[in-house]
Design a protein around this ligand. Structure first.
Ligand code: SAM
Length: 430
């Protein structure tokens, strides 16, 4: 009884999943289902990615029983290990859980894909992390290779690349995004430093300290010289800023609740690294402009990104409270954000012009015969559909990329509204 109470949500789920085998086990070794999909795989595009991922890892397979189970045809000890360590859509191989299954149990939220540090900050337009893990495998990236993200956003690719031991380099024009990516990937190295000043910060949460952001940020700077610890506590404050401005939550309550959850997530990160013996990839995230990337020609092994959503989402307006809290001049900053410059027709034209520059840069820095993945959808602007997908394919092909896969990603979003995006996989041929 006592044991049960002490178990964490994730551990209980593992127990349950393991015991479930017995529920439908016939007692006869069923060789047809040695590779079983995770329960959360529900869309056709996910099945396509699961298959592509196996192919990329050199695995021959056939799909058995109702599309949920696979049989590996060229099984060996090495391939089994590869499936266990790397895949993204599978729960078990020969009844042994994959690493990814264990990773997603480390979740402090109720949302299946917001495991580990992914949930930190309610950023709009986040990638689905499971898809990113699959894409990293599909484009053949291995431990030590480098993936580049020109619009790194909330840092989804950063976290997933790090877990697979892939070096990550990312830029985003928004300093708020840069902090998100850093906190999600760097805090694991400074957990002690974070814990050391926690009580003092909570103790000093007097109303007057919180009334001005300058006081808070000054206090953090006085308490630690480690930039990573400072970023962690900046983020904790920004979560409360966002909660109180968007959802009218009490600042102090929200701060303490989020801070504690963030700490638990960092502990999860540390634990999973140790449990699975992961060799984490290096991560470098900076403020930068995708139209002018500070990297050498032919220097990265892969690119995975989703550019600003045409002109549909105003990233500046979305995060205005946090950007202002950090002391940024939001009006000035707007000029560098792709997709929000100009009005009416000129907004679409400026968007296209900016994206052309970014695509040119992606082509320049990617090594030959390597892949760039762009996840993008058509936007609606002033009641009209803007054909961003077609524009992207045509322009990328003019640059010397070849479109090798175009996967329709149809999902049901908020209020069950259908949302369509495309996963475009390009190979740099020329
Ligand atoms: C669709 S979001 C990326 C979301 C990301 N894939 C994720 O999972 O969070 C697009 C991002 O592009 C950034 N952005 C806009 N203009 C930019 C520019 N000129 N250079 C670099 N990043 C830019 C925005 O700040 C935004 O974070």
């Amino acid at each position: 009884m006592e044991n049960k109470i002490l178990k964490k949500k994730g551990e209980i789920m593992i127990d349950r999943a393991e015991s479930q085998f017995w529920a439908y086990d016939t007692g006869i070794e069923d060789v047809k289902k040695n590779l079983v999909l995770l329960d959360n795989v529900q869309f056709i595009y996910e099945l396509s990615l699961a298959k592509l991922e196996l192919k990329a890892l050199g695995i021959d397979f056939e799909v058995t029983n109702g599309l949920r189970e696979f049989k590996v045809l060229n099984q060996s000890k090495e391939l089994k290990e590869l499936i266990k360590k790397k895949t993204s859509y599978f729960k078990t191989i020969d009844r042994e859980h994959t690493d990814y299954f264990h990773i997603i149990q480390k979740n402090q939220t109720r949302s299946v894909n917001q495991y580990l540090t992914h949930w930190i900050y309610p950023y709009k337009g986040k990638f689905h992390p499971q898809m990113i893990r699959a894409l990293l495998n599909i484009i053949g990236l291995k431990e030590g290779d480098t993936v580049f993200e020109p619009f790194s956003g909330s840092g989804t690719t950063a976290v997933e690349a790090q877990l697979l031991g892939i070096t990550f380099i990312g830029i985003d024009v928004s300093p708020l995004c840069v902090i998100q990516g850093k906190v999600k990937t760097e805090s694991i190295y400074v957990l002690d430093g974070i814990l050391k000043i926690r009580n003092e910060i909570v103790f000093k949460l007097e109303p007057n300290l919180f009334s001005t952001e300058a006081n808070y940020y000054r206090m953090i700077e006085n308490l630690t010289s480690d930039e990573r610890v400072r970023s962690f506590y900046k983020m904790a404050r920004l979560l409360a800023v966002s909660d109180s401005s968007r959802r009218n939550r009490d600042f102090r309550t929200s701060f303490i609740k989020n801070l504690n959850l963030m700490i638990e997530s960092i502990k999860d990160h540390v634990e999973i690294k140790e449990k699975l013996n992961l060799k984490l990839g290096n991560v470098k995230i900076e403020v930068g402009d995708s139209r002018n990337i500070k990297l050498l020609d032919n220097s990265v092994d892969g690119i995975i990104t989703s550019p600003p959503y045409s002109i549909a989402l105003d990233y500046v307006q979305n995060d205005i409270h946090s950007l202002k809290d950090l002391g940024y001049d939001v009006l000035k900053m707007r000029n560098d954000f792709i997709g929000v410059r100009g009005n009416g027709r000129s907004r679409v034209e400026l968007y296209n012009e900016d994206m052309k520059k970014s695509y040119f840069e992606m082509h320049r820095i990617l090594k030959s015969n390597r892949y760039a993945v762009i996840v993008i959808g058509n936007a609606t602007y002033q009641g009209k559909e803007v054909k961003t997908v077609q524009f992207t394919i045509e322009y990328m092909e003019r640059l010397g990329f070849k479109l090798v896969k175009n996967i329709n990603k149809i999902i049901f979003g908020l209020y069950n509204v259908m949302k369509k995006e495309n996963i475009l996989i390009f190979k740099k041929e020329k």
